[in-house]
Ligand binder design. Structure first.
Ligand code: ATP
Ligand code: MG
Length: 585
């Protein structure tokens, strides 16, 4: 890509430089050859064409980043187009969330003040005219076979199809029937409009594919205006052509549909419905992500059966779920750039996505302290009333971002696993005196060095508090601190000012890398520990966290203030991702 190309409309600033892929090579060759030089139009126009029948997921994000990314990098534009030709399954709710998700990912379909937000349903009139044209020019006919006969006569991979007895119907008769279909004179399925191509084609998609069917259904945008609806395979290429799309990028399963894509565009081009140059379709491998599922139907099942708490459950691989989980648009863009675009299917490991997330969050996220599984630590020699001010960097690599303030006092909260009554080998955190050996010393991060003296137990022998003494001259940041060499360094919050908060510890939704492989029941692969809710004690400053604010809780991972359940002064946190990958082994 040459550097003097101005940025197109897919604005998001990708954090990674664009890597080359076969699609970029195609686009660059077309730019070189001037294939799409037309007055008043950019030479690269792509589109992202969701059907509004569900929520977008990480697989769609790949397609979004690819399509909007090409437009951005080659000074073109990318259209958001809803392929809304199946009224029974579609809904305005889905339109709204898709618009929201694409915007959140950082992309825009606006160029020079014009919004390129389109709906296939906006073309219903034009598509209908094309259908009549196809009949008149001998390229389509109304078939009146029963659905069963039609299926049987289609043949299969080893058997050619059989011509419908209605295939030789005169254009006048077909036209009359189509008009009566449109006028609502027939029931669903009584007739269907088919392209007239070749019932013996080795490509099943060319065996006279259906192009219009009767559907007495209310459409979320056109209401009851229509009772016939164009088929996806007919609508999609023609919508591309009407919108002057140059490169129509889709997933590999559409490879076999490409001959029909080209056929239908060629016929309507002959009919003068649009001009050269026409769009061309290119296919790439869909994203398969381990420990996740990317099928709208299966995701819907998780929602409907209450296995997750809605589409935006932070365990879901939906864009709304990932957003609530604490993913950033930049992390998702980085991921999509990094996995690249190929022509053969494969699996991408979840750790790649999580790695991109850590990479994006680490330089950005302010640090904070959180005790997730609290145990009381009492410093017996610390003055009861003393509230001693401590500071810590907001970001260890960015001193200019300033300091966090909190105080240390006699009673603190520490993590349960930072104390052991009988330490194992290599355990350097708190443990009590053993025989004549003194208890272990650790540094209370940003505070003092303490020496463990013992612990309190309840009647059942459970440890309810750890006891220690501190060294008043050991405070971090003071000269005396250098005199203390300790191996353990633990975090804590003061019990007098800690913020009590609900923290949701999320993990991967499935414990099997390929939960639905080979048609397996993915519900058997659910990870029972994908969500754990704890009451934690947090650094007091976190009371100011706003929804969607992200932090690194030191030693734990990245956390976000939940965008739905947090209220002012009382944030609820979600674990975005741990600091290290624990699934690798
Ligand atoms: P459906 O079965 O409902 O058609 P779909 O996942 O194909 O589901 P669409 O709304 O048609 O959903 O998808 C919009 C676009 O996103 C399509 O161009 C599709 O190819 C692309 N897409 C969908 N899933 C993935 C995926 N896993 N990886 C990459 N692209 C995807
Ligand atoms: Mg689809």
């Amino acid at each position: 890509m040459s550097t003097d190309i101005k940025k197109g409309n897919g604005q998001a600033a990708a954090t990674a430089p664009a890597t080359s892929n076969f699609l970029r090579a195609i686009v660059e060759a077309d730019l070189q050859a001037g294939t799409y030089e037309r007055p008043g139009l950019p030479s690269v126009i792509t589109r992202f064409p969701p059907e509004p029948n569900g929520y977008l997921h990480i697989g769609h994000a790949k397609s979004i980043c690819l399509n909007f990314g090409l437009a951005r990098d080659y000074a073109g534009r990318c259209h958001l187009r809803f392929d809304d030709t199946n009224p029974a399954k579609e809904d305005q709710e889905y339109v709204d969330t898709i618009i929201d998700s694409v915007k959140w990912l950082g992309f825009s379909w606006e160029q020079d003040g014009t919004e390129h937000l389109h709906y296939a349903s906006d073309y219903f009139d034009q598509l209908y005219s094309m259908a009549e044209y196809l009949i008149n020019s001998g390229h389509a006919y109304v078939d009146s076979q029963s659905a069963e006969d039609m299926a049987a006569n289609r043949g299969d991979f080893s058997r050619p199809g059989v011509d419908s007895p209605f295939r030789t119907r005169s254009p006048a008769e077909s036209l009359d029937l189509l008009r009566r279909m449109k006028a609502g004179q027939f029931k669903d399925g009584e007739h269907i409009l088919r392209a007239k191509i070749d019932m013996a084609s080795p490509n099943m998609n060319l065996r006279d594919p259906a192009i219009y069917r009767i559907r007495h259904a209310h459409h979320h945008r056109t209401g009851d205006t229509w009772c016939i609806y164009p088929m996806y395979d007919f609508t999609h290429p023609l919508s591309d052509a009407l919108e002057h799309i140059t490169h129509s990028v889709c997933t590999l399963e559409f490879q076999d549909h490409r001959p029909f894509y080209d056929w239908i565009i060629a016929r309507c081009l002959e009919g003068g419905f649009f001009q050269q140059p026409v769009p061309r379709q290119y296919e790439f491998a869909r994203l398969n992500l381990t420990y996740a599922i990317t099928s709208k139907r299966k995701l819907l099942q998780l929602v409907e059966e209450g296995i997750v708490d809605g589409w935006d459950d932070p365990r879901m691989p939906t864009i709304v779920g990932m957003r609530r989980r604490g993913y950033t648009p930049e992390a998702i863009q980085l991921f999509c750039e990094r996995i690249g675009v190929t022509k053969s299917d494969g699996w991408i490991d979840m750790s790649t996505l999580e790695g991109c997330l850590r990479e994006d969050l680490d330089p950005k996220a302010p640090r904070a302290t959180a005790v997730l599984r609290p145990l009381k630590l009492i410093i017996d020699n610390f003055p009861e009333q003393l509230r001693d001010a401590c500071t810590a960097p907001i970001h260890p690599h960015h001193p200019e971002r300033g300091l966090r303030q909190f105080t240390i006092s006699r009673e603190l909260w520490i993590e349960q696993d930072d104390f052991m009554q009988e330490p194992g080998k290599g355990y350097f955190r708190l443990y009590p005196p053993i025989g004549d050996k003194p208890g272990n010393k650790v540094r209370l991060r940003y505070g003092y060095v303490v020496e463990c003296t013992g612990c309190d137990r309840d009647a059942d022998g459970n440890v309810i508090a750890v006891r220690c003494n501190y060294f008043p001259d050991s405070k971090s940041g003071t000269e005396g601190s250098a005199n203390y060499k300790v191996k353990g360094n633990i975090h804590w919050v003061s019990s007098h000012d800690a913020l009590e908060a609900e923290v949701r510890l999320y993990d991967r939704l499935f414990s099997d890398p390929q939960p639905d492989a080979g048609g397996r029941d993915f519900k058997l692969a659910l990870n029972p520990s994908a969500k754990e809710v704890v009451t934690a004690y947090l650094e007091p400053g976190l009371a100011a966290a706003m929804p969607d604010d992200r932090y690194q809780f030191e030693r734990h991972g990245y956390f976000v203030a939940d965008r739905v359940d947090s209220v002012a002064g009382k944030p609820v946190f979600n674990r975005v991702v741990t600091l290290k990958d624990s699934w690798g082994k």
